[in-house]
Write a protein that binds this ligand. Structure first.
Ligand code: OGA
Ligand code: MN
Length: 212
């Protein structure tokens, strides 16, 4: 058997690189992380869910604290469930499992599981500035976002705006949600927001968590 054989199409070395970069800078961006056909498949499944009423208004907070609050975010989501995942979703989940192990080997974060959702931002939708850790809990340690939008341009809006210094609102980095782009960052270190999208915007967003 070949050592280091890629199980899911992304060489183990690339995953180790992502983990290293995450350890060094807290933020990693990888374009063309997955082949265009797989991205298109994931996107078309998202559009089918939209058409069949399979998406719900996203909320903020957990459990009792959950609120659908469209002043803060106006995207629509479906949580991923490994039991009912499509083959394309399962492929991506498999890759994330390898990434989780690679990050644990490098950062010793004790990442335990992944939770994530497909997200669709209709034209005009946004997500105001926030941290991916709910008040009083730090279970989400690493955020991983995969964008599903081919040919996204500046004029389409919908940028992910990251603030590397929580105390300095004037310093930020904008990223377009280009299909195949993977963005991975330490959840507690980067406040961020999604600027209003002028086109429908699709992504799979998730978090590696530690045990409750
Ligand atoms: C989120 C989020 C960013 C994006 O869902 O928590 O911040 O670019 N998403 O989709
Ligand atoms: Mn977020």
């Amino acid at each position: 058997m070949m050592l280091n054989a890629p199980l899911t199409g992304v060489p183990a070395n690339d995953l180790a690189d992502i983990a290293l970069k995450l350890a060094e800078t807290g933020l990693v961006i990888r374009d063309d992380f997955l082949p265009a056909e797989l991205i298109e498949q994931l996107a078309s499944e998202g559009r089918a869910l939209r058409d069949n009423g399979g998406l719900r208004a996203a909320g903020i907070g957990r459990g009792q604290q959950f609120q659908a609050n469209s002043a803060i975010r106006s995207d629509h989501i479906q949580w991923l469930d490994p039991e009912t995942a499509t083959p394309a979703q399962r492929h991506y989940l498999g890759l994330l499992e390898e990434l989780r192990l690679a990050i644990n080997r490098t950062l010793f974060l004790g990442l335990f599981e992944f939770e994530g959702h497909l997200a669709l931002y209709p034209p005009g939708a946004y997500y105001r500035r926030h941290l991916d850790q709910f008040q009083g809990t730090q279970h989400r340690l690493v955020t991983v976002i995969l964008y599903l939008n081919p040919e996204w341009r500046e004029a389409d809006g919908g940028q992910l705006r990251l603030y590397p210094d929580p105390a300095d609102d004037g310093r930020f980095q904008d990223l377009l949600p280009i299909g195949g782009r993977l963005v991975c960052f330490l959840s507690g270190d980067f406040p961020h927001e999604v600027l209003p999208a002028r086109r429908e915007r699709l992504s799979i967003t998730g978090w590696f968590r530690k045990r409750d």
